[in-house]
Design a protein around this ligand. Sequence first.
Ligand SMILES: Cc1cc2nc3c(=O)[nH]c(=O)nc-3n(C[C@H](O)[C@H](O)[C@H](O)COP(=O)(O)OP(=O)(O)OC[C@H]3O[C@@H](n4cnc5c(N)ncnc54)[C@H](O)[C@@H]3O)c2cc1C
Length: 256
Amino acid sequence: MTEKSDIYDTVIIGGGPAGATAAHDLAESGRRVVLLDRAGRIKPCGGAIPPRAIRDFAIPDHMIVAKIKAARMVSPSDVEVDMPIDGGYVGMVDREFFDEWLRSRAAEAGAERRTGLFKRYERDESGVNTVHYDERAADGTMREASVRTRALIGADGAVSAVARQFLPGDDRVPYVFAYHEIIRAPQQSPTVKYDSQRCDVYYQGTVSPDFYGWVFPHGDTVSVGTGSMMKGFSLRDSVGELRKAAGLDEVETIRK
Ligand SMILES: Cc1cc2nc3c(=O)[nH]c(=O)nc-3n(C[C@H](O)[C@H](O)[C@H](O)COP(=O)(O)OP(=O)(O)OC[C@H]3O[C@@H](n4cnc5c(N)ncnc54)[C@H](O)[C@@H]3O)c2cc1C
């Protein structure tokens, strides 16, 4: 059991966009910050960032893998409506690299990065929290560790373990199961419903009964995915059908 006795200003659980940005901003303003992320999972996400957010969060151009000029909405009855992006573009990022870049930016601003799985926290009478986690060592082995902090931020996603401990009994937060496949960007052709500067959003029951499916360009690759809150709904079959409908079924799959 490792006990790190220093009391930090803030410990942030979760190094996705929310946690990494909070860590960056707090470290930059002089706080002593630990950013704890379990690492190893790439979030299935379209990766579309609107122009305002690119500006406000200072996302550099080299993180943007595609610049989107329009979004196409496909209705349940197959009607297609194109919506131009006024005054610029929507920037597409690849979450595999984007999230890691955000965490590195936080570290450069002074946040201390740790890799591990949050387990629980307790708060003493003086308001100091002890956060317990399983730390992943460089050789991949796990060991129990803890860190003390005045403030704790739970940024560990939709099924946040921090939130579940903080709000016991409230397990009803709705969330979507998502799945996407990364495929090679196809040549543009009349049989392929794809444009490297357009995001296609499918609102069709076969693609998802309660969410939407997407075909989002990411430069050399494309993310084709869907989501649903319904547990039994086969996201893989649905993405297969979506790829067929868009003429993308024969295109090389890079990652499932
Ligand atoms: C299908 C789908 C498509 C989407 N498309 C878009 C889009 O195109 N554009 C857009 O802006 N948004 C999109 N979103 C929303 C976007 O993905 C989320 O808003 C965003 O990821 C939330 O960021 P976050 O940092 O709060 O959480 P997350 O991105 O979920 O990050 C949580 C982090 O916490 C870590 N973590 C979890 N549990 C623990 C633990 N116990 N201990 C330590 N670390 C832990 C995880 O590893 C992860 O790094 C999409 C979402 C879905 C589901």
